[in-house]
Design a protein around this ligand. Sequence first.
Ligand code: GLA
Length: 385
Amino acid sequence: MIHELVAKTQAGFSDLFGYEATGVWSAPGRVNLIGEHTDYNEGYVFPFAINRRTFAALALREDSTVRVASSFSDDIHQVDIANISSDAKNEWAAYPFGVAWAIQQLAEVSPSGFDCFIESDVPVGAGLSSSAAIECAVALGLNELWGAGLDRRKLARAGQLGENEIVGAPTGIMDQSASLLGEIDHGVFLDCRSLEATPIELGFSSADLELLIIDTKVAHRLVDGGYAARRAACETGATEMGVTSLRDLSIEDLEKAKEILDEVTFRRVRHVVTENQRVLDTIRTLREAGPTAIGQLMHASHESMRDDFEISVDELDTAVETAIRHGAIGARMTGGGFGGAAIALTPIGKISEVTLSILAEFEALGYAKPDIFAVSAAPGAIREV
Ligand code: GLA
């Protein structure tokens, strides 16, 4: 079945550029079930691709001009394929420009210019990786049109490289990996050191569970200082502990870390080390006991982000605690932090109670009205037509 947005994306392209696109590629947003701020520490993550997607209609041009446009902005951003740089004027177009640049770094291609039109139903700014969805849809399309021959892991790296160098956000590889490697009803268990990805069945629907997203509407931006500061603290911690990355530390090493590191760096390190263990425990628990047994691990992850890594905000804490009080099995903030969304694994019979309680609690506290909706695990990036 072709997604209704495919036709809209094709029409958007031909209305604007005056000819038909060669194809439409799509890629999903992602939600992270557990494993936060572990990816750039070469640790473990367990996200899944969600049933919200971004669509990119593309066609190569005879010349070296790149034009990108979208249904969510009136601007057409234009650049020469040889001159892509990290220019603030790029705005959101830095994502497609970034992957176009990064593919050239990772593959032998003689790239021509292209036209690109983007449609999306991935909520922006909610911590659901709307940016990775753009990167991966465009990356898959350009890879094919340019004959770059990169596999999905390399395309994930292209997305990350573009985001690091052209967008200017020092993010890890989780979001793009989930968007490219996702499978229906499965999470992507990713070892961010070896980049080995294992699909793990989630089993939510057979356990009568839904994963609710609570988008707090508190804007989070990965180019702001908080994310980079956490990453820097992890690097300091690893250097002072004499390891290449925090992945090399285990729970037993924390005693020594406490002696060596200053108090704040120690807590940053403790989050990453315990979070890696929680990802492994979640995978084992899911396999042995099913999804109803992972709630404690989700909550422990949230407490660690709130107290040790200090990336939560009041709205996220309220969403998490209210969800649990009203029947969610587990809940935690998800994504980079400092705003964005929380997730709540909720029995179907409790969805309306959890939803209404969060809405009421937010209103009572004078917070902006959150958006609450369920997501399911969907396939990764594909060519649609
Ligand atoms: C953002 C980044 C990811 C990852 C998460 C935190 O989503 O893009 O690479 O670091 O934050 O887990």
